[in-house]
Design a protein around this ligand. Structure first.
Ligand SMILES: C[S@@+](CC[C@H](N)C(=O)[O-])C[C@H]1O[C@@H](n2cnc3c(N)ncnc32)[C@H](O)[C@@H]1O
Length: 231
């Protein structure tokens, strides 16, 4: 991200590692497979990195990356990130500490999400969003404040988001503008940007998912040289 010139992207849409999956430090330290893949599923997928911070570290780290991401975005642009119910309060705090103006929360309701007998289901994730300072009221189109869709069944990433949800969110970026996703995973935001006529910059630390992103975006196979990659 430090190599991206200041005030050059139009929107930031991302899905950082939540460091969630439980209330205790021991819960969070589990593998991403144990936390995010249902035990009955045969599709385990590849582990991803950066998901084991305790609450204090998650808060400070979120503030740091949000602050650096805002540097890359033009004044008035929209920044938004996914989170779950456990990390929602920390995420809205970090958004503001990182320097954005907090503007709202879009629930993403998954009707077929996991249920527990005798209590309400936690079958929503949340897109927390804000702006890089003031935003002109006429800057862009109106969007509804709610999305309903099941999580994709055939996933290539353990926490993959639906393409249609990301295509809808790209409308916060003007057509032809540039979206930054600093935690690209399998590239769902980048694919949505491509499908809706936006440019996109993706950053991903897990080498396997860099290749997955390229495979999803490419019309023909492109092999990345990831020999020197850390993870
Ligand atoms: C929640 S997943 C994103 C999934 C994505 N929305 C999708 O649909 O495939 C977060 C991703 O961030 C990556 N990651 C973790 N720490 C990172 C860092 N410091 N820089 C870049 N990517 C990182 C992980 O490897 C993981 O793939």
């Amino acid at each position: 991200m430090p190599t991206i010139p200041a005030a050059t992207v139009d929107a930031i849409i991302t899905d950082p590692p939540y460091s969630s999956g439980g209330m205790m430090r021991g819960d969070r330290a589990q593998s991403t497979t144990a936390k995010y893949v249902q035990s009955t599923s045969h599709r385990r997928g590849t582990e991803f990195t950066g998901d084991n911070r305790d609450q204090r570290a998650f808060h400070l780290w979120s503030t740091l990356w949000i602050s650096e991401a805002l540097r890359t975005m033009r004044p008035g642009g929209i920044i938004g990130m996914f989170t779950d119910w456990r990390q929602l309060p920390t995420t809205t705090d970090a958004l503001q500490l990182g320097g954005a103006v907090w503007r709202g929360i879009i629930p993403w309701h998954k009707p077929n999400g996991r249920r527990t007998q005798g209590r309400p289901a936690n079958n929503c994730e949340f897109f927390v969003w804000g702006t890089n300072g003031p935003r002109e009221l006429a800057d862009g189109e109106t969007l509804d404040g709610f999305w309903q869709q099941n999580a994709p069944r055939d996933r290539v990433h353990q926490t993959q988001k639906p393409v249609a949800l990301l295509e809808w969110l790209t409308r916060v970026c003007p057509p032809g503008g540039t979206i930054l996703d600093p935690f690209a995973g399998s590239g769902t935001t980048l694919l949505a940007a491509k499908n809706t006529g936006r440019h996109a910059i993706g950053i991903e630390l897990t080498a396997h998912y860099c290749q997955t992103t390229v495979d999803r975006l490419a019309d023909q196979p492109i092999a990345l040289d990831l020999a020197g990659a850390d993870t």
